[in-house]
Design a protein around this ligand. Structure first.
Ligand SMILES: [Zn+2]
Length: 300
């Protein structure tokens, strides 16, 4: 691994090689004057922050690359990052993920229950969640996002059904469940709520609850889903809820945020995030962390 910082543009001036996370660049020869960067290995990847301790605005870069001016997009940089990088991160940030499988003992649409999936289906789904999460981890880790699943897998016997005809419905139904003392929501984790179907909705949906400190994604999965596809869908919905509201270049077969119906090649290839998307996700996590420090979603 070799990531080198230079205090002048064009790889000039004082330099410093990044060998570990640096929470405050003022302790290095380049100080806060980084003006160019050089990545020499394919697996080099780093997050650069405008404030110490990995806070503020974020620039993510990976792969072999020469950034001759950190403040200029045309030179590989990003506006606001010339003479303004204060910390660097090369190890992933962990954030916890709490899975909740919604079941019900009646025949409400939108829940996993024996009528829809059979008892065996519910049980096999619970087993699949662990494997699907490994897919999620594999997709997010190249962006220095380490999604750690909480050891407990909760089920919730729904008293409401999901009607996600529009975004407001998403929040309303989830809000109803949040009012239930038994709902196994975690405030110190990102919550993924798995339902059998989203009534009147196409595919999947997700939400970021503005008045809650952490995000949540509601994801439609079924026991007969192909495992990689299930994991990719969960990762896609999580990324929505972590700040990427739109689908971007929705016909790029290499991107995670391309909708499944638009992926022309193998689904396993459609897993990349753009640098900008990775940056937005990390900025969302910084915000979540600063809102409720005691329950930080982002942990070291
Ligand atoms: Zn989507």
């Amino acid at each position: 691994m070799s990531i080198r910082l230079f205090s002048r543009t064009g790889f000039n001036g004082d330099s410093h090689t990044v060998t570990s996370d640096i929470s405050d660049l003022r302790n290095t020869p380049v100080g806060t004057s980084t003006s160019s960067l050089r990545f020499t290995e394919n697996d080099d990847r780093a997050l650069f922050y405008t404030e110490p301790n990995w806070r503020g605005q974020v620039m993510f870069r990976d792969g072999i690359t020469d950034i001759s001016n950190t403040g200029k997009t045309a030179r590989g940089g990003k506006s606001g990052f010339n003479n303004n990088i204060c910390s660097v991160r090369i190890t992933p940030f962990e954030f916890r993920v709490n899975y909740i499988v919604v079941i019900d003992d009646r025949d409400l649409p939108g829940s996993h229950n024996e009528d829809h999936t059979g008892l065996g289906g519910v049980l096999s789904l619970l087993q699949q969640v662990g494997d699907a999460h490994e897919v999620v981890q594999g997709i997010l880790r190249p962006y220095l996002l380490d999604a750690v699943r909480l050891p407990t897998l909760s089920t919730f016997d729904s008293r409401v059904y999901f009607d996600l005809t529009h975004g407001a419905g998403t929040s309303r139904e989830l809000g109803t469940m949040l009012g239930d003392a038994d709902f196994p929501w975690r405030y110190d984790a990102f919550n993924v709520v798995l339902v059998n179907s989203l009534t009147n909705s196409v595919g999947t949906n997700s939400t970021l609850l503005g008045n809650r400190n952490l995000g949540a994604a509601i994801v439609e999965v079924r026991p007969d889903d192909e495992l990689f596809g299930m994991g990719r869908t969960i990762a896609h919905e999580m990324v929505h809820a972590l700040g990427i509201r739109n689908h971007g270049a929705n016909n790029d077969p290499s991107l995670l945020m391309t909708q499944t119906g638009n992926v022309t090649g193998p689904l396993t290839d459609a897993v990349n995030l753009t640098d900008g998307q990775a940056e937005t996700i990390h900025e969302t996590l910084v915000q979540a962390e600063s809102m409720v420090p005691a329950n930080a979603i982002r942990v070291e």
